[in-house]
Design a protein around this ligand. Sequence first.
Ligand code: FES
Length: 573
Amino acid sequence: MAEDNGKLRSADWFGRDDKGGFIHRSWMKRGLPDHEFDGRPVIGICNTWSELTPCNIHFRDLAEAVKRGIYEAGGLPVEFPVTSLGEPIMRPTTMLFRNLASMDVEESIRANPIDGVVLLTGCDKTTPACLMGAASVDLPTIVVPGGPMLNGKYRGEELGSGTDVWKFSEDFRAGKITREEFRQAEAGMTRSDGHCMTMGTASTMACMVEALGVTLPGGAAIPAPDSRRKVMAHMAGGRIIEMVNENLKLSDILVREVFEKSIKVNAAIGGSTNFIVHLLAIAGRVGIELDLDDFDRLGSQLPLLVNLMPAGKYLMEDFYYAGGLPVVIQELKDELHMDALTVTGKSLGENIAGTVCYDRDVIAPMEKPLIEAAGLAVLRGNLCEDGSIIKPSAATPELMQHRGRAVVFETIEDYNERIDSPDLDVDENSVLVLQNVGPVGYPGMAEVGNMGLPMKLLEKGVRDIVRISDGRMSGTAYGTVVLHVAPEAAIGGNLALVRNGDMIELDVARRRLHLDVSEEELAKRRAEWKRPEPHDIRGYVSLYTDHVLQADKGVDFDFLVGKSSSVVTREAH
Ligand code: FES
């Protein structure tokens, strides 16, 4: 960054005529002429490319476009790899490693001669991980989202990532399609570069960074293979040089009003429930107090405007052609802080001036929304003393007020073993309860909260029942699913005390989740409760379970919350 004295941070490495300056320049040159170290801004391109993160597989190309913009504007680009997180591949869950990746991003930026950063992000956790890490260093930073895939296509049908997976696997299980058709559908669903093209977590995160004002306007929706994404990357490379010269840091943009704005936008796009834990964690890194009730207070009464799967019928490619997120922001203009500063150096209002919607079936106007009051709702009660959440737009309206008998699974293995058993005592009024899939319990807070229904109910034609857990749900999933119960079962939250046959009351309108068991009985069960054995007692998992915060605090590490900076006072040589 151009510090207050106008000096570049990188000058402390490359601008010196001493032994240190010699070492820093000499080892970096390798074909670069001396004038590359003449005091021009050094821009780190933080790349989450990996062949094990297929959604980010095109990022080396994208980085080249960013570099062209940086060179053109007179900077020196330096691309560096960071831990990448491949959602469909990693076990036990990428969420276990989000904080690890964020630490890699943070320390890689801070330790190096970088004046400004471009973050290349795509697959679900790569976006929050990069932004959390960069926020902790607080340099001029711009996000270049990798973009969604093209719409899936198979035999004349449009396929949505994730959302249609369930359909094909059920059809194959039921013998309705052959193994060959099953494989062909896989290829049709994922037929181009890019991340999931439903309004799942990756698209939600891309919209989140655009709503936060840390990417160029319109950056969220451009499909990955569309050449305009490379133009956007090129422009971001140019803009980051100006941001360094203006000393426009992340903390200048990420103020409280901007987080509020992002919560409202998320309601209107029908964004993933994962948005909550990631936004809370990012806010924590810049020292902004945000809590679970802010999501309900600001977002729950807002309407759904974007008709994308899993809540609606279209996909991100359609969203882009309809005008993308700038249209949604324009629709919400009376709700948002339109004078909020963004990476363009202009306000949000200036950025979206002149925006036109080209398809009202994809993006509805405020006067005629797809669903009224569709934002995420925060529930309270003795079953979730620190809160839990539900996505009403993904739920069955008739189940939003429900009283039913608990059918309890102590672990995900227990669930897998018994869910399809003909002996399982369950009916359409039951409430499925899954324990020990939270941050500490899984560990990593797995996306298993939308547990599939028992076969005996599916055979009866039942399509949804109430489900409750301390885990998360894939952004591409749906159902009447209560998630993120805090405190989680594995640390002794009341969720751990639920037993088969207990009555549970869900009342979304009253924001209530209640376990109808007396305090005396709960106290007795609490005294008998034994903490589950930890899954791993070594290495990163041990660090994780010792320091991870609960869902209502964003699942970050306790020691990473709060403001930090780019300052490093000691030399290596
Ligand atoms: Fe990467 Fe969905 S699996 S975005």
